[in-house]
Write a protein that binds this ligand. Structure first.
Ligand SMILES: [Zn+2]
Length: 463
């Protein structure tokens, strides 16, 4: 099982300077390698019809890739000896980052997210085509914030001291101990608005990955909105926290102080720091709320159906600010991860028409966004609009889950037992352990009867 813990570190003045220095050097190298790739594309792509027939074609320049960019780092250290202040493996992360950013731009990726790192396989394969991300940007001063040691020796983190190569022994605030048996795999150092942090990636091979164990009947659908953060299909409402709006006045005055300051002045630098801290505070409070909301849901229910939202698209509308304020994307990823760790399930369903369809009879009732009630002319159901949508989402989730379970039964069901016994369904039913087993046997029982009917029909029709 792999997990990551983040701790605050307290480097001294000299160490702070070293970290800042390393980050800035890595930033320059990142920009250089990125420019190398852009140049190659600019110089080696031309439209064929503008070439005359008799012309000299120069040989194609070496295309920069991860390996030759990585190899160029040795020469870099010879030409610019100050790059020796950086641990070699930390420096090698830079061409990797450039490669990932470039691939995401040219080939696309699942939501433009990093492959393999922190993305569950189910989400990575959800969109095989992949969305292309924007053109990678050059990083300005202070925009390069993290570097990683891809290998770490266990004895370098003892008590409240962590030994970072080329930086020294740094004091760590261990607010919670590392769980027993976990080994530190990688260490990342991050500079945030309010200080420095290390993120330890921990691994324990002896802890098995959690197998799903849930009761499919204990399910709920949630409809995310802006008036309420979500409404579930049992009509529980959780209101949207408007942290950003409340903190907006403070943010505004902090932003004004930054804008008024003269560029490069000390006061402006301080104002920028204060603004960053204010933003971080809002983000932290929001994240805390998301964790609590996810925990509440997973304590109550085993299966949660959610809408598959196109957040990037929604955030381009007039409601952008409120949508960012609510942070649905973050909430959904927290919810999915937490459910996976608890052996529970989150099912994303298609959002199309969930608020228009009647949850009672399936009739489509068109209504504008301003109409908050759902009144069905066919079956006379009268519900709150969001509740109606939540029930629809729950039903779609249940439908999807049934299909999933059916296909898994299809794979596990052994055909020979059916043909060998001659008749179907004579074997005694297996002992039931829990309700999910019951559900599965119920389904497979139905499949068996269908097969029996087919067999009977064949016998009747065939001479
Ligand atoms: Zn109806």
């Amino acid at each position: 099982m792999r997990t990551s813990y983040q701790y605050r570190i307290k480097p001294n003045k000299e160490q702070r300077q070293k970290i800042d220095n390393i980050l800035d050097m890595l930033r320059c190298q990142y920009n250089f390698l990125l420019a190398q790739r852009f140049n190659w594309y600019q110089q080696n792509r031309c439209s064929i019809d503008s070439c005359s027939l008799v012309c000299y074609l120069p040989e194609l320049a070496n295309k920069p890739n991860y390996y030759n960019q990585k190899a160029s780092l040795t020469q870099l250290k010879k030409d610019r000896p100050w790059y020796k202040q950086i641990h070699s493996q930390v420096l090698q992360e830079v061409p990797k980052k450039v490669e990932i950013a470039f691939d995401r731009w040219l080939k696309g990726d699942c939501n433009g997210e990093q492959r393999g790192l922190g993305v569950s396989p189910s989400r990575a394969t959800a969109n095989p085509k992949g969305k292309k991300s924007g053109r990678p940007r050059f990083k300005g001063v202070g925009r390069y914030k993290t570097f990683t040691y891809p290998q770490f020796k266990q004895h370098h983190f003892v008590g409240n001291k962590i030994t970072l190569s080329k930086i020294g022994d740094v004091k760590v605030i261990v607010h919670r101990p590392i769980p027993d048996g976990f080994a530190i795999k990688t260490v990342s150092v991050t500079k945030k608005a309010d200080g420095y942090y290390v993120t330890l990636s921990l691994d324990d091979k002896s802890v098995p990955t959690i197998k799903p164990d849930f009761n499919p009947d204990n399910s709920v659908g949630i409809d995310m909105g802006l008036i309420d953060f979500y409404v579930d299909s049992d009509n529980n409402r959780v209101s949207t926290p408007k942290y950003l709006r409340k903190a907006e006045r403070k943010l505004k005055s902090a932003q004004r102080k930054v804008s008024r300051g003269r560029k490069g002045s000390n006061r402006r630098k301080k104002a920028i720091q204060r603004l960053g801290k204010q933003h971080k505070k809002v983000a932290d409070t929001r994240k805390d709320f998301h964790f609590k909301a996810a925990k509440n849901l997973l304590n109550k229910y085993d299966v949660i159906a959610v809408e598959k939202l196109n957040i990037k698209g929604l955030a381009r509308t007039r409601l952008a600010k409120s949508i960012h304020d609510a942070g649905w994307g973050q909430f959904l990823s927290i919810l999915t991860n937490k459910a996976e760790n608890a052996g529970l399930l989150v099912i994303p369903v298609k959002p199309h028409g969930t608020s228009q369809k009647c949850s009672g009879c399936g009739h489509i009732v068109k209504k504008p966004l301003s109409q908050r009630m759902h009144n069905c002319p066919v079956c006379h159901t009268s519900l709150c609009r969001d509740l109606n949508a939540a029930i629809n989402i729950k039903n779609r989730g249940a439908h999807g889950l049934k299909a999933q379970l059916m296909s898994s039964i299809d794979e596990s069901q052994q055909k020979p037992t059916l043909t060998r016994q001659g008749s179907v369904g004579t074997s005694p039913p297996p002992k039931l352990h829990n309700r999910s087993d019951q559900f599965i046997t119920h389904l497979s029982g139905r499949r068996k009867t269908i097969k029996a009917i087919f067999k009977g029909l064949l016998q009747h029709t065939m001479p």
